[in-house]
Design a protein around this ligand. Structure first.
Ligand code: UD1
Ligand code: CA
Length: 465
């Protein structure tokens, strides 16, 4: 069967009442991105985006905007009257395909392998409805799947609230993922009723309805019960997040990355890390971040949307945001590398140093208590403790250029726009407001006055009183 014959519907119209949140449920984030984005990512690994229909309703435009760039289609379910109603709403779109799969926008751990497995099982057995099931350690809250004896045929799905006492020990749950043969499904879907505790049209009721009509309804068990976990409450969201983070950490470790105490680290899905790099406890690596080989990222550092080269040492408590750090550089402890910074090969940025749109050339150093904003710094420059680039005049930002080999004495203030020529020296505590020629010395501070014996005389006068 070619993928063209198969569509995927993703149900994402619900409000998520149990989250008690103003944000639509499917836009709550786990593993650094919305629940729905995870499901779409797995779906697009199996069928092209034009075969995917996301059913939206509650805050439809917000949900659409969040995932529109994936190229999927949307169907609006203006009133959310249940999962059965969601599929009724998408009938015109889905009926174009011989078969289709249904995924839940609030169950983000589903993998492409499993989607393919349901599809292949469904078509190989010529089923009308195939239900992915699981046996989690705690089935509470899920619909339960009642099989016909020990076969793979299903008799019915019973929602938690409708379970009869003798059914309460059924441990096999409905994952909310299904495959359907379109023609018989849509011939019968209007028979659904709202005769249940929620007064909704349950897609799950299609199992018993189709069986009553002599159709084949089958169950296929998930290999990993965690894969079908949904998020109806904040506690469940947080636990899914932990689950995804651990999956990512394991994947990285299998590729030669060392992650100490991985349960304390937060590593987003898109992060790439080279071999022999070590991540210490309580590190966060977020967004589109890549780390080279043989780096060490020490505790409490947070790196977002940045590129880190090989052999980089990021010491504890450093923040790196939308910047790049070249091979062999040393950052921290407690450095704040703000957007647009480019730290060159072997450069050092030390404690309590803040950079913003700062380019630091090869081997240059700014080791203590410094602000470097809108500055182009060449190679081999030494920026003394307490140096400040005064880049802002209250209206505009101005640029400072510091050429190769410059030595900036401690406690200098460099008032931009400003250029300090190659090899120049800036005397400590200078306030530099004019360009400094190459190879010169600039000193701009009060001249020191020494009054011989002054202190001694003062003490003696006090003693007389
Ligand atoms: C559903 C199943 C349950 C299963 C569980 C697995 C039903 C009746 N029950 O319960 O058997 O064990 O999933 O996680 O289907 N949605 C719409 N439109 C609607 C209603 C819901 O698009 O009108 C969407 C929701 O946004 C959500 C998904 O469908 O993404 C599932 O709905 P939800 O209310 O979470 O169903 P559960 O109670 O979890
Ligand atoms: Ca759910």
């Amino acid at each position: 069967m070619s993928s063209q014959d198969f569509a995927i519907a993703i149900m994402a119209a619900g409000k998520g009442t149990r989250l008690k949140s103003k944000r639509p449920k499917v836009l709550h984030e786990v593993g650094g991105k919305p629940l729905l984005a995870h499901v779409i990512r797995s779906a697009t690994a199996v069928v092209p985006p034009q075969n995917i229909y996301v059913i939206i309703g509650h805050e439809a435009e917000r949900v659409r905007a969040a995932v529109a760039q994936t190229g999927v289609n949307f169907v609006v379910q203006a009133e959310q009257r249940g999962t059965g109603h969601a599929i009724q709403t998408a009938r015109t779109a889905l009926a174009q395909f011989a078969n289709f799969l249904v995924l839940s926008g609030d169950a983000p751990l589903i993998r492409p392998e499993t989607i393919r497995r349901i599809r292949d099982f469904h078509t190989a057995h010529g089923a009308t409805m195939t239900i992915l099931t699981a046996k989690p350690s705690d089935p509470t809250g899920y619909g339960r799947v009642l099989r016909e004896g020990a076969t793979d045929r299903v008799a019915a799905i019973v929602e938690q609230k409708s379970l009869r006492p003798e059914q309460s020990d059924v441990g096999e749950i409905n994952s909310g993922f299904y495959a359907f043969h379109s023609e018989p499904l849509f011939a019968n879907i209007d028979r659904l009723s709202t005769d249940n505790p929620h007064g909704e049209y349950y897609l799950t009721d299609m199992a018993a309805l189709l069986v009553a009509k002599g159709h084949k309804v089958l169950a296929i068990r998930a290999h990993d019960p965690d894969e079908v976990l949904g998020a109806n409450t904040i506690a469940e969201l947080v636990s899914l997040d932990a689950n995804l983070r651990m999956r990512k950490a394991r994947e990285l470790m299998s590729q030669g990355v060392t992650i100490f105490r991985p349960e304390t680290c937060v590593i987003d899905d898109e992060v790439r890390i080279g071999v022999d790099t070590s991540i210490e406890p309580f590190v966060q690596l977020l967004g589109n971040t890549s780390l080279g080989e043989n780096c060490r990222i020490r505790s409490y550092s947070v790196i977002t949307n940045s590129r880190i080269g090989n052999d980089v040492n990021i010491r504890p408590g450093s923040i790196v945001d939308e910047s790049s750090i070249a091979t062999g550089a040393i950052i921290g402890p407690y450095s704040h590398i703000r957007p647009g910074s480019e730290i060159g090969e072997g450069a050092h940025v030390g404690n309590f140093v803040e950079t913003k749109k700062a380019h630091l050339g090869r081997g240059s150093k700014a080791n203590h208590l410094t602000y470097l904003g809108d500055v182009e710094i060449g190679a081999g420059v030494n920026v003394g403790a307490g140096t400040i680039t005064c880049n802002y005049d209250g209206v505009n930002k101005h640029k400072t250029v510091i050429e190769d080999g410059v030595f900036v004495g401690s406690d200098s203030t460099l008032v931009a726009p400003l250029k300090i020529g190659q090899g120049a020296y800036i005397g400590a505590a200078s306030c530099i407001t004019q360009d400094v020629p190459a190879d010169s010395l600039a000193i701009a501070r009060g001249v020191q006055v020494v009054k011989d014996g002054w202190a001694k005389r003062r003490r003696e006068e006090r003693g007389k009183k």
